[in-house]
Design a protein around this ligand. Structure first.
Ligand code: AP5
Ligand code: ZN
Length: 211
């Protein structure tokens, strides 16, 4: 967890690869549905464009389906879910039914000014989904992914007014999960400032000390 632009997607890719588990990002699943024009995508887009959260029921059902896929059987890394107390409670129940539980919750800690700098320069690859930044992680050719050669795009919800509302949603609905997981003894705060590689090292160290 962490505010919009904290680096969840960026770090999730490295950590999931390190652990050899799938990365399950609710934001990515919603965006894939939006670009394919599915009924779920049409519904989610209304909320995403405004910077609001998609309703809990829709999101929980989607995650339930995703966790039932075979590649999630040996562990997974969740990115951007849960982000409300009802989602967290539903996840606990869902995992208990599957005979498992979350091991650790990482909170990427970064201030609002840095978040705004990161989101306003973010570019995402249309081909492979790699996340870039015009200033902090630029491609060698403008708007072309170094990894796969596809074009980059700017997310619709990275406009200034939408970013402001996403930060409000985070503070209102997601920040309470710090206490929720703190009470379960599962929360670890990660300083998410500085170079991407340094944050990855801190995150992997936190996983190591967890065991
Ligand atoms: P989602 O896609 O989850 O968006 P978000 O939480 O707002 O987070 P972001 O993806 O914007 O940021 P990030 O933390 O992943 O940062 P990133 O690594 O890209 O959700 C989008 C929408 O979907 C929501 O608003 C909601 O509508 C809906 N949704 C999703 N999940 C939901 C749920 N559970 N319930 C209800 N609705 C849901 O990094 C940002 C930029 O910074 C990049 O350009 C990157 O290159 C750069 N960067 C990263 N790390 C560093 C660093 N250390 N130094 C410098 N730059 C860096
Ligand atoms: Zn690419």
């Amino acid at each position: 967890m962490g505010p919009p632009g904290a680096g969840k997607g960026t770090q999730a890719e490295f950590i999931a690869a390190h652990l050899a588990v799938p990365k399950i990002s609710t934001g990515d699943i919603f965006r894939a549905n939006v670009s394919q024009g599915t009924p779920l995508g049409v519904e989610a887009k209304r909320y995403m464009d405004a910077g609001n959260l998609v309703p809990d029921e829709v999101t929980i059902n989607m995650v339930r389906d995703r966790l039932a896929e075979p590649d999630a059987g040996d562990g997974f890394l969740l990115d951007g879910f849960p982000r409300t107390v009802p989602q967290a409670s539903a996840l606990d129940k869902l995992l208990a039914d599957l005979g498992t539980a979350l091991d650790l919750v990482m909170e990427l800690v970064v201030d609002d000014d840095e978040v705004i700098r990161r989101l306003s320069g973010r570019r995402t690859c249309r081909g492979c989904g790699k996340i870039w930044h015009v200033e902090f992680d630029p491609t060698s050719k403008e708007n072309i992914c170094d990894r796969c050669g596809s074009e980059l795009f700017q997310r619709d919800d990275d406009k200034a007014e939408t970013i402001a509302n996403r930060l409000v949603e985070y503070a209102d609905k997601t920040a309470p999960l710090v206490d929720f997981y703190g009470a379960q003894g599962k929360l670890v705060g990660i300083d998410a400032t500085g170079p991407v590689e340094d944050v990855t090292v801190r995150a992997i160290d936190a996983l190591r000390s967890y065991g």
